[in-house]
Design a protein around this ligand. Structure first.
Ligand SMILES: [Zn+2]
Length: 256
């Protein structure tokens, strides 16, 4: 199979905005970007009621996250909570889940990680419950590489410090993980990269489940999956923006 290099950095630069082209998105605050991530991922299957947390570590060390009380498909930019690096709330009346410890530990263990996403996502959750890693059957399931660790020592919720620390350590240098009988975890250097990883994990998991139910097929070998991995670490060009526009069109109040 030919190496998939159609989305490398040079190619992306070639598509840099030309004079006169309308902006892909309006100017967005960092809180608005986190709110948009919640909305976008809720639609993709990261949608277990009010469960789930996204953390985004800013350049000053503070961390933005979603409030505990609100579901990902209703919150707006002003609902996003700012925490200090110890997890103390700086600027909100909302609460933050006690399970935030997993995120704080991951941010501390992985300086390269600025975004951590955890939820009991629909499709990847099926594979976490099966305690199996979904095979990759197509190009869109291969965007983030073949390696997908399965952490299968479920010993309680992440409100327990030791449980969350062992999960954070088990992730090692991986991009994502399935947490057996629990849910899914994605880490990334920024929101765009995190978005691609989160949607690819759900795509891969959904397709693999559907192929399984349809009677099975031959998956792509790992070495071919790794050739298909997007080499531009900024993610799939223009995808984040397109999915953000979809949310803004449906509910412009996200920016409030
Ligand atoms: Zn959880």
């Amino acid at each position: 199979m030919k190496r998939f290099d159609g989305l490398n950095r040079q190619m992306v630069e070639q598509f840099a905005p030309r004079p006169g082209r309308r902006p892909l998105l309006p100017p967005l605050s960092e809180k608005a970007q986190v709110a948009l991530m919640c909305r976008m991922l809720f639609r993709e299957g990261w949608n277990e009621h009010i469960a789930g947390h996204i953390t985004y570590r800013l350049a000053d060390g503070n961390i933005l996250t979603n409030p505990w009380e609100l579901s990902w498909d209703e919150l707006t930019a002003s609902d996003i909570v700012t925490l200090d690096s110890d997890g103390q709330i700086i600027d909100s009346e909302w609460n933050v889940t006690p399970a935030i410890g997993l995120h704080l530990q991951l941010h501390a263990l992985r300086p390269d990680v600025h975004v951590v996403i955890h939820n009991h996502a629909h499709w990847s959750g099926i594979w976490a419950n099966l305690q199996k890693v979904p095979p990759v059957y197509d190009q869109a399931g291969a965007y983030c590489g073949s390696r997908l660790p399965l952490y299968n020592e479920y010993s309680g919720t992440f409100e327990d410090k030791d449980t969350s620390l062992s999960a954070a350590e088990a992730l090692g240098d991986a991009r994502w993980a399935l947490l057996a009988n629990h849910g899914s975890l994605v880490v990334a250097k920024d929101l765009r990269q995190a978005h691609l990883r989160a949607i690819t994990l759900e795509w891969r998991s959904k397709r693999a489940y559907e192929v399984l139910v349809a009677g099975g097929a031959t998956p792509l070998p790992d070495e071919e999956v790794d050739k298909l991995t997007i080499v531009d670490d900024n993610g799939f060009p223009f995808c984040w923006e397109a999915m953000a526009r979809r949310e803004l069109k449906e509910d412009p109040s996200i920016l409030d």
